[in-house]
Design a protein around this ligand. Structure first.
Ligand code: ADP
Ligand code: MG
Length: 320
């Protein structure tokens, strides 16, 4: 396999060719791996955060970086409908991060750990020449066969999200462009730095028996929804005018000449859940969900605005 121009996901496909998951396990390609364990199943996920790629040390507080390192991993457990059990932290620290920076990082990490009652049980610490590198692994549990996969979307189902999209992307733009810290801008920056994993929503959705496919939104739905479509062998239409967008994002976008909908679908790092289920389930859950589209048997992803198809060449974030 020639990796040139195949990108991040081409590399992952290559690894997958070498390591087919054994019978009864789910390997590469979903939010977590799934392994049978006693009565239920163990799920595991790991995510890496690199200075300069995922965060800038001078643009985020150490506490925020600690919080987010854990949040993005717990979000993958939420995406399967699982209950997090324990986390493991491996971290490489350059000299100028080995003192106060590291202490404050752990405070942020511990704050979110305590909120969700998930202990940190181990990891690894090394030095680094220049950049901070963080890798978090998280173990969770689901009942046997209860983990929600990306591969079970069915034509006719609605496509839903659990909350506003685009705030985090707006916050990142504000940080990178040094926008004035109005209350709206600060709210977007907070969404970028302190995402809340949708653990309880994920469990309830898994328990509802109504969900087809589910994943969390890390790269933006323009990229993430395509993973569900590919894994399930279906297509989709997405109603851009139905995507929930916060008032803060609308205000900030209109001030800076940006389209909130574009940030909402392509920005990423919202860590809301994206799932498919029968249409009209909004009243059957005790937390808000928003239908943003429909699964179709016709392959491909179509974008509609006020029922008119729009030509948008949007993809989400890709590392390479
Ligand atoms: P997510 O955004 O949910 O964390 P990713 O896009 O990072 O998912 O990864 C997609 C899938 O590829 C996951 O199942 C993940 O475990 C797998 N994967 C990514 N990188 C590697 C790697 N280096 N080795 C093995 N599996 C990998
Ligand atoms: Mg994920």
């Amino acid at each position: 396999m020639d990796l040139k121009n195949k990108g991040e996901f081409g590399f992952i496909d290559l690894i997958k060719e070498h390591f087919k998951a054994p019978e009864g396990m789910l390997g590469i390609g979903d939010d977590c791996a799934v392994m049978p364990c006693g009565e239920g199943e163990l799920i595991y996920s790991t995510d890496m955060l690199m200075e300069g790629v995922h965060f800038l040390r001078d643009a985020a507080s150490p506490e925020d970086i600690g919080w987010k390192s854990l949040a993005v991993n717990l979000s993958d457990i939420a995406a399967m409908g699982g209950v997090p059990q324990a986390t493991f932290l491996s971290i490489a620290l350059p000299k100028d991060a080995q003192g106060e920076w590291a202490e404050r990082f752990i405070e942020g990490y511990a704050g979110l750990s305590h909120m969700f009652n998930v202990p940190l049980l181990g990891g690894d610490t090394t030095s680094s020449l220049r950049d901070v590198a963080i890798n978090v692994g998280v173990l969770g549990r689901v009942p046997s066969g209860g983990g929600l996969r990306r591969s079970r979307a069915v034509a006719g189902q609605g496509i839903y999200v659990t909350g506003n999209l685009g705030d985090s992307a707006g916050g990142l733009k504000a940080i990178l462009n040094g926008w004035e810290n109005t209350p709206e801008v600060l709210s977007l920056i907070r969404a970028h730095h302190r995402p809340l994993p949708r653990i309880s929503e994920g469990r309830k959705l898994a328990g509802s028996g109504m969900v087809g496919a589910m994943m969390d939104i890390s790269d933006g739905i323009a990229s993430d929804l395509r993973h569900i479509l590919k894994a399930s062998g279906v297509g989709a239409e997405v109603y851009l005018d139905k995507i929930p967008v916060s008032e803060c994002l609308k205000t900030v976008c209109s001030r800076h000449g940006l389209q909130a909908e574009v940030l909402a679908v392509s920005g990423g790092e919202d860590y809301e859940l994206l799932f498919t289920a029968p249409q009209g389930i909004e009243d059957r859950l005790d937390f808000p969900v928003y239908q943003i589209g429909k699964i179709t048997s016709q392959p491909g992803l179509r974008w509609l605005m006020d029922a008119q198809e729009v030509d948008m060449d949007i993809t989400g974030y890709r590392h390479f």
